[in-house]
Write a protein that binds this ligand. Structure first.
Ligand code: FAD
Length: 414
């Protein structure tokens, strides 16, 4: 690369991956331009971590990544790792704050501060940002790429980085158009599905318990086998279930639902006691207050709103019967439902409610060392557009930073 004629790099998509790719390419001496369909870049960054931006995680490990070949992410996550991410942002002024589960946020508590420092660095590096540029055509002839906007504007460069995201939260910009662009260049798409999303259940009592939260354990069960498990605050919604453990499990549930398999959610409302201990506690309560109705006997132990549904699910016909009239079979059924309550998962919420896209551009068509396409020389891919998705906890932004860095670094050189 000569100083007088820097490599020109077009970055399609001004999200976390595209911004990181443009900054890295510019730091390597390339002339980088971001083409962004929204009226401004980084809209999704502002929405991350409930507006606080969980930008990485101290426990950066491949086990937190998914896709048809998660090992693909290894090189990028190693070359631009947790410490590189912390250093990169510290250099720009972001002081990190580590919270429970290794989640790292900016000390300011503001996602906007992450975008502000990235924008400042982009200005320093003279990166051109063109917004309201919705690219719907990419062509490569000889050594140049031509990107055309829906409104007819055309842009040309030596290198092109496709960082247009997936399909999750299309109101923030990424609507799957990146997949169409990748396909038009010869790439295959692993069928995408929403991840880090609420699960839908078909129970008729949901409206009555909507908003009820509890600290419990959830498991995904397929063919009577536990496939994934998570613990934390679980929340019933009007049409299903949510909360951090559910979002975490949604990837697994979506994977099996996509295969048309029956997926069950096993909930444990009481996860800190063994079944024997739980039975003892219930028996003691009932022994102390033998004239209480069964439904009332849970007052102070289980949230009122869930008691009728829980007892019905345990197979109790008359939930107002006296506790002294409970049969030993019924006692066992009640203790069991409190720790193993099964719900059929009928689906996940839609793209508009999803945080992440599972699936995307098939990674066997991309060089893991450089993130250059094996189909089109000079084309690079970064971020959520690729068939790599991470757990909740900073892993998706870390993938965007790491893959953006690798794509930007390699695209900068002719
Ligand atoms: C509500 C929410 C909260 C989240 N919180 C976290 C969190 O705290 N931590 C975490 O690690 N992850 C979080 N994520 C996930 C994380 O934000 C994404 O995985 C990550 O931002 C993906 O970055 P990206 O650059 O690959 O894609 P995107 O951020 O989706 O960026 C793609 C960009 O490309 C643009 N674009 C799309 N198509 C075109 C086109 N044809 N032409 C031009 N431009 C185009 C889009 O407008 C968009 O700006 C969250 C996601 C959501 C929705």
């Amino acid at each position: 690369m000569s100083f007088n004629h820097p490599t020109t790099v077009l970055v399609i998509g001004g999200g976390a991956a595209g911004i990181m790719a443009a900054i890295t390419a510019a730091r390597e001496g390339a002339a980088a331009t971001i083409l962004e369909k929204n009226e401004r870049i980084g809209r999704k960054i502002l929405a991350t971590g409930n507006g606080r931006c969980n930008l990485t995680n101290t426990d950066l490990h491949l086990k937190h990544y998914h896709g048809q070949n998660p090992k693909f992410a290894y090189t990028a996550l190693t070359e631009f790792n947790y410490q590189n991410t912390i250093d990169f942002f510290a250099n720009l002024g972001i002081m990190p704050k580590t919270e429970t589960g290794g989640k790292v946020f900016p000390f300011s508590g503001q996602a906007s501060s992450v975008l502000d420092v990235l924008r400042f660095e982009m200005e320093q590096r003279k990166i051109i940002v063109i917004c309201q540029a919705d690219i719907n055509k990419i062509k490569k002839t000889d050594n140049n790429f031509y990107a055309t906007c829906k409104d007819g504007r055309k842009f040309q460069a030596n290198r092109l980085i496709l960082a247009a995201g997936g399909k999750a939260s299309p109101n923030l910009g990424s609507n799957g158009s990146g997949f169409s662009l990748a396909q038009s260049l010869g790439h295959h798409i692993i069928e995408p599905f929403p991840a880090l999303v609420r699960l839908q259940l078909a129970e008729s009592f949901l409206k009555q318990v909507q908003g009820f939260k509890f600290e419990g354990t959830a498991e995904i069960i397929v063919d009577n086998k536990a496939k994934a498990r998570a613990t934390g605050e679980i929340l019933f919604t009007a049409n299903g279930i949510s909360g951090p453990p559910i979002l975490q499990l949604s990837r697994k549930a979506g994977e099996y639902l996509q295969k048309q398999l029956k997926v069950w959610l096993k909930l444990s409302l009481i996860n800190h006691l063994s079944t024997e201990q739980l039975e003892q506690i219930l028996l003691k309560r009932w022994h102390n207050q033998p004239s209480q109705s069964l439904a009332f006997s849970f007052t102070g132990f289980i949230h009122k709103r869930i008691i009728p549904a829980m007892l019905k699910a345990a197979g109790i016909e008359d939930i107002n019967k006296k506790v002294s009239n409970l049969s030993s079979k019924e006692i066992k059924q009640i203790a069991s439902i409190l720790q193993d309550w099964r719900f059929q998962v009928t689906g996940t919420d839609s793209w508009s409610a999803a945080q992440v896209t599972a699936g995307g551009v098939a990674v066997n068509e991309v060089n893991p060392q450089t993130l250059e396409s094996k189909k089109v020389k000079g084309l690079y891919l970064a971020g959520e557009i690729l068939d790599i998705d991470g757990d909740c906890g900073g892993y998706n932004l870390q993938w965007a930073w790491s893959s953006g860095y690798i794509a930007g670094k390699n695209a900068a050189f002719v």
